[in-house]
Design a protein around this ligand. Structure first.
Ligand code: FES
Length: 236
């Protein structure tokens, strides 16, 4: 199997180039295993991120044959011909397959991603019913892999767009019965939910079956109601 890998050192190379590597055609190898094989046996300068190798840490996201994938969960057997591996689209490249995650983290922090509380805290645990947990649980499954941003045509064209994971994260707290925050200003701003054109690729790309597209459309309804009826309940 041929792996066609993006190589690039910004500030040193004029432009990114593809380099072909032949890797063993092993049925049990993920793309990440093939990249590790190249780094260990062919070219130690190849740069990429990974940590857990089990779809948990979210650090091994790359574009594989043009689609954002977790490379530890995408196998050589998923492809028949040469496999092209590139850095995630939409983010500045630091080197080879490593992108700068600062813009992504900055967007997450804009939505106050924590339980906002006001007044006195309850004296005992803040118990939730299974239904209250279910209201936000799917949004809490995000592993911050950034695949949804790389898949989003709006974010790739306009990095000011708040983006799918950040909006889903906001809903993770908005829909939590313990939260008392109000994220209306950031979500309903020009760069917030209204930028989404509902292509839905964010949801298709998510390896954890989070549905950011649904979170965004749902908050559009909330924001519209709030604009018409300012005292509408913020949770919906
Ligand atoms: Fe952790 Fe792939 S290495 S998700």
């Amino acid at each position: 199997m041929i792996l066609r890998v993006n190589r690039y050192r910004p500030g040193v190379d004029d432009a990114p180039v593809f380099q072909d590597y032949e890797v063993p055609d092993r049925e049990d190898w993920a793309i990440l295993d093939a990249l590790t094989h190249i780094k260990d046996t062919v070219d130690g300068t190849l740069s990429f991120r990974w940590s857990c190798r089990m779809g948990i840490c979210g650090s091994c996201g790359m574009n594989v044959n043009g689609e954002p994938k977790l490379t530890c969960g995408t196998f050589l057997t998923d492809y028949s011909g040469p496999v092209t591996v590139e850095p995630l689209r939409g983010f500045p490249v630091i080197r080879d397959l490593v992108v700068d995650i600062d813009p992504f983290l900055a967007n997450l922090s804009k939505v106050s991603p924590w339980l906002v509380r006001e007044g006195e805290e309850p004296e005992t645990e803040f118990a939730q019913t299974p239904e209250q947990l279910e209201a936000y649980k799917q949004y809490s499954m995000c592993i911050n892999c950034m695949l949804c941003y790389s898949a989003c045509p709006v974010y790739v064209l306009d990095p000011d767009f708040l983006g799918p994971a950040a909006i889903a994260l906001a809903q993770r707290y908005n829909l939590d019965s313990r939260d008392m925050g109000d994220r209306f200003d950031v979500l309903s701003a020009e760069e917030g939910v209204w930028g989404c054109t509902f292509v839905g690729e964010c949801t298709s790309a998510c390896p954890k079956h989070v549905d950011p597209a649904e979170a965004i459309q749902r908050y559009k309804l909330t924001a519209a109601m709030r604009s018409v009826l300012p005292f509408t309940r913020r949770r919906s």
